[in-house]
Design a binder for this molecule. Structure first.
Ligand SMILES: [Zn+2]
Ligand SMILES: [Zn+2]
Length: 508
C-alpha cells in the first residue's frame, strides 16, 4: 500500500469517470466524512485510513467492479479531506459538463418545479425562511414559521443539491460555483408561482458546513402588500398614541431596536402611515423590503467599503424633507450623519440592533458616538424596542401552572390541527417606548444605566418584560417563550413558589 500525504504527491489526478458513481455511493452510504474512496484513471484506488480500516470488503468490491473499465493496479491511502475534494471536484465537473450539453435539461426543469413546490408549501404555512441542511445522504428541510424552526422532512441530498443549483442558476450563471460545496454563494431569485402567491423574491445564501453545505432561502413576499396599521400589528392603544406623537415631532432621532426578524422594518412602515400627507418623508433603504407608496423610498446599496447611507443622508437633506429614514444604523458614519441631521432641524428615524430601548444608548456608544453627543437635549425623540412572541394556540394550550389569580399556559407539544401541530400560531408584538427627557439626558451623560432603569421603574414605566408578563397572564404566550425572547424576563415575576418553579423546570 502506498501512502500519500498531499495532493501534489499524487501527480496528475484524473478520476475514472465510470467509477465516479460507485465511489459517490460508497462515500454517501456511511454518513461519515472520514470514509471515502476514489478510483483514478491510472489504476490507483485511493481511500482514506477510515475506509481501509472499516470497509475493506466494500473497497475490494469497488476494485472488482472496476476490473473491466479501469482495472485497479495499486491500493493507496490518503487523507479523507483530500479524497473528498477530489471526489466532489470530479462530481462537480461532470455535472457542469452535463448541464452545458443539455443532458440534465429534464432534471433541471424537475428541480425548478420542486423548488416552486417547496416555496409554495412554505408560503402556505406563512414561513419566512426555508432551511436546507445536508446531512449524510439526506437533506433536511425546515421552515421558519412564526420565528420557530420546524422540521418538514428529508429529501435526497443529490436531488436537493440540484434544486439549489436550479435556484441559484435562475439568475446567476456561475453554475460551477453552485456545485462546489465548499464555496459560499448567494443570489436573489424571483420565482413566479401559481396563484395566490404570484411573484416571490427569494434571497438564497449557501455556505459550507461540516457535512457539506447549508442553504437558507429567505422568502420576501411580493412587495405590493399593503402596510398594516400599528393596531393591526398588535400594538396597544397607549403605544399607538405614543408612536403617533413621535411621528409628529419636527426634530430629533427615533430609533427602533430589536433582533433581526422581529418586525422593526414593518413597524417603521406602519409608523409612516401616521405621518400627515403634508410632510415629506424620504427613506434610504438597503434593500427596500416594503413598498410604501406614500413616501419617497430610495434604494441605497450600502457596503462596508462605501458608506452610501451617510453620503445620501447629506444629499437628501437638501431635498427639503420633514422626516428622513435610514433602514439601519450600524456604523459610525451613518450614526454621525443621522445625529447631525436630527440636530439641524429634521426628524430622523432608523432601526438599530440593541437588546432593549435603553440598550440603544450603549450600542451607539459602541459604534463610536460619545455620551456628550447623545445627551444633547432634543436629540433623542424616542427609543423603541420590540419583540415578536409566538402566540399560544388557543385550541390546544395546556395549563403550565396555577396562579392565585389565574393560570400560566404552555404549548401543547403535540399541537392540534389548528396550529399545524406546533402548539403556537402567529406572533404577538410586545414593545417598550422610551421618551428621554431632561433627566434621561443626565443619565446618558453619566452613562448611569442602572440609575436610569431604577428611575423608570419607580415611575411605573412599561418595559418589554412587563408587556410580556401581561401576555403570559392572558394566556396568549407561554412563560418559556417569553423567557427565551424577552430580556430581563423573570419567572419570579409571577411570585410562584420554588416548588412550582421546579415543576416548571421539569416540564420543559
Ligand atoms: Zn381545535
Ligand atoms: Zn393547536
Amino acid at each position: 500500500m502506498e501512502i500519500i500525504n498531499e495532493r501534489q504527491d499524487l501527480g496528475y489526478v484524473h478520476v475514472a469517470q465510470q467509477m465516479l458513481e460507485p465511489c459517490l455511493v460508497f462515500f454517501q452510504q456511511w454518513n461519515n466524512p472520514e470514509v471515502v474512496a476514489v478510483v483514478l484513471e491510472d489504476g490507483r484506488l485511493l481511500a482514506s485510513p477510515g475506509a481501509w480500516r472499516k470497509h475493506f470488503v466494500e473497497l475490494q468490491q469497488i476494485a472488482f467492479a472496476a476490473r473491466n473499465v479501469c482495472p485497479v493496479k495499486l491500493f493507496c491511502e490518503g487523507p479523507a479531506a483530500m479524497i473528498r475534494e477530489i471526489l466532489t471536484d470530479a462530481d462537480g465537473q461532470r455535472r457542469a459538463l452535463e448541464i452545458q450539453s443539455g443532458v440534465t435539461q429534464y432534471g433541471e426543469n424537475l428541480a425548478k418545479q420542486t423548488l416552486s413546490d417547496i416555496v409554495s408549501e412554505a408560503l402556505a404555512v406563512d414561513a419566512t425562511d426555508i432551511h436546507l441542511r445536508m446531512c449524510g445522504q439526506d437533506a433536511r428541510i425546515s421552515f421558519r414559521i412564526d420565528g420557530l424552526l420546524c422540521w418538514q422532512g428529508n429529501r435526497s441530498r443529490i436531488f436537493v443539491t440540484e434544486v439549489v443549483a436550479a435556484a441559484l442558476n435562475t439568475q446567476s450563471d456561475d453554475c460551477s460555483d453552485v456545485f462546489d460545496e465548499r464555496k459560499i454563494s448567494s443570489a436573489s431569485i424571483t420565482l413566479t408561482l401559481p396563484e395566490p402567491y404570484g411573484e416571490v423574491r427569494i434571497r438564497a445564501q449557501k455556505s459550507p458546513c461540516r457535512d457539506g453545505f447549508t442553504v437558507t432561502l429567505r422568502l420576501q413576499k411580493s412587495a405590493q402588500l399593503e402596510v398594516p396599521a400599528l393596531a393591526a400589528l398588535g400594538f396597544g392603544n397607549e403605544t399607538v398614541k405614543q408612536l403617533q406623537m413621535l411621528m409628529q415631532q419636527s426634530i430629533g432621532l427615533i430609533l427602533i431596536s430589536g433582533p433581526t426578524g422581529h418586525g422593526k422594518t414593518t413597524t417603521l412602515a406602519a409608523m409612516n402611515r401616521l405621518v400627515p400627507a403634508t410632510r415629506k418623508v424620504i427613506s434610504l433603504e438597503d434593500p427596500i423590503e416594503i413598498v410604501q407608496p406614500a413616501i419617497e423610498q430610495k434604494f441605497v446599496p450600502n457596503t462596508a467599503e462605501h458608506n452610501a447611507f451617510s453620503e445620501m443622508l447629506k444629499v437628501v437633506l437638501r431635498e427639503d424633507p420633514d422626516l428622513v429614514e435610514v433602514s439601519e444604523i450600524r456604523d459610525l458614519e451613518t450614526a454621525t450623519s443621522a445625529v447631525s441631521a436630527a440636530l439641524t432641524g429634521h426628524l430622523v428615524a432608523s432601526t438599530i440592533h440593541a437588546n432593549d430601548a435603553m440598550g440603544i444608548i450603549p450600542r451607539l456608544l459602541d459604534i463610536g458616538l460619545t455620551a456628550v453627543q447623545l445627551s444633547q437635549p432634543d436629540l433623542l425623540a424616542g427609543l423603541i424596542a420590540q419583540r415578536l412572541l409566538p402566540r399560544l394556540c388557543q385550541h390546544c394550550r395546556e395549563i403550565d401552572m396555577r396562579l392565585d389569580d389565574g393560570a400560566v399556559w404552555r404549548r401543547n407539544s403535540n399541537g392540534c390541527e389548528h396550529c399545524l401541530h406546533r402548539g403556537v400560531s402567529g406572533r404577538v408584538v410586545i414593545s417598550e417606548v422610551l421618551i428621554p427627557g431632561n433627566e434621561a439626558c443626565r443619565f446618558i451623560r453619566d452613562q448611569d444605566f442602572h440609575g436610569w432603569r431604577e428611575h423608570l421603574r419607580e415611575r411605573g414605566w412599561r418595559s418589554l418584560a412587563s408587556e410580556a408578563e401581561s401576555l403570559v397572564r392572558q394566556g396568549l404566550v407561554s412563560l418559556q417563550d417569553a423567557c427565551e425572547v424577552v430580556p430581563n424576563m423573570r419567572i419570579q415575576a409571577f411570585g410562584v413558589s420554588a416548588i412550582k418553579e421546579e415543576n416548571y423546570a421539569d416540564s420543559i
